[in-house]
Design a protein around this ligand. Structure first.
Ligand code: CP
Length: 308
């Protein structure tokens, strides 16, 4: 098994127990250095291109924060409207150009598979910052680190995914990542937003224990982690169907209190429906702690893809 970290991270399928262990150790070190206010200059003289052709608050700004904290500089794009993609330039050509400016590229794009086109154009370190309803590997590394910190382990946990399981790139990437652990997975969604067939095939082929359910109330008592992802308006062609499904799950204080004592509630955010703000006061609400973990995770990730 190769412990070297991939230089170009497109999917969490590329990761294995050895490089995940390396990542967890490096993130803990980065977090400790941040706590101790120790500055690092390991990216001094390096430039990150942060190309966000689809909206983002957390991913773009936390990658930028992480790279600044490591002493590097950023060039960025927020939205495709101000770039030559608007004129019809391909992703391939865009990356062929940007590789001349930057030492590492992070890209978010609405199109599934766009990262594949990007890495065909460059050998430079590359991180998929989210491709449509495909994957979001750096978010799932934040999620993994959060679960590890909160529970002290990953193995033997039961993790329930609630909401838009079909289109959630965060849930897809975390699912692939959890192949490396002994967890039980529960996917709770309306039938219209159930896990795509090819991912269920992956789970079966990799002998990962999972079940599908519709009601959170009947499942919550078995969960160690409740991972909520909003019903994502931007993935629907049919707005009537979105309106029908958007309030499928409302996470209340009363509901969370029916779960295990050590249940944690996670959400990659943004919050749009789903978890009520009253839940924020509960110790189970881990989603803002999850956000806090994003900076050391992305510092570690950048270091790993650039320096192996
Ligand atoms: N979690 C996440 O990807 O958030 P943004 O869309 O704001 O980057």
């Amino acid at each position: 098994m190769n412990s070297a970290f991939p230089r170009q991270l497109v999917s969490t399928k590329q990761l294995n127990p050895k490089n995940i262990q390396l990542f967890l150790e490096k993130t803990a070190k980065m977090e400790q250095a941040l706590l101790e206010n120790k500055s690092s200059q390991i990216m001094q003289g390096k430039i990150m291109a942060a190309l966000f052709y689809e909206p983002s608050t957390r991913t773009r700004l936390s990658f930028e924060t992480a790279f600044h904290k490591l002493g590097g500089k950023i060039i960025s794009v927020a939205g495709s409207g101000s770039t030559s993609i608007k004129k019809g330039e391909t992703i391939y050509d865009t990356i062929k150009v940007i590789e001349n400016y930057a030492d590492i590229i992070v890209m978010r794009h609405a199109q599934i598979g766009a990262p594949g086109e990007a890495i065909n154009a460059t050998q430079k370190p590359f991180i998929n910052g989210g491709d449509g309803a495909g994957e979001h590997p750096s978010q799932s590394l934040i999620d993994l680190y959060t679960i590890y910190k909160e529970h002290g382990k990953i193995d033997e946990l039961t993790i329930g995914f609630v909401g838009d399981v079909k289109y959630s790139r965060c849930i897809h990437s975390l699912t692939y990542l959890l192949k490396n652990f002994k967890t039980k997975l529960v996917y709770i969604s309306p039938k219209e937003l159930a896990m795509p067939h090819e991912i269920k095939k992956f789970l079966t082929e990799n002998k990962i224990t999972f079940k599908e359910a519709r009601q959170i109330e009947t499942e919550i008592k078995n969960l160690d982690v409740m991972y909520v992802n909003r019903i994502q308006k931007e993935r629907f062609d049919d707005m009537e169907q979105y309106k029908k499904l958007k309030h499928s799950y409302i996470i209340t204080t009363k509901l969370v209190k029916t779960g295990k004592k050590n249940l944690i509630v996670m959400d990659p955010l943004p919050r749009v429906g789903g978890i009520l703000t009253e839940v924020d006061q509960l110790p189970q609400a881990a989603y803002f702690r999850q956000v806090k973990n994003s900076v050391p995770v992305r510092m570690a990730l950048v270091d790993l893809v650039m320096n192996g």
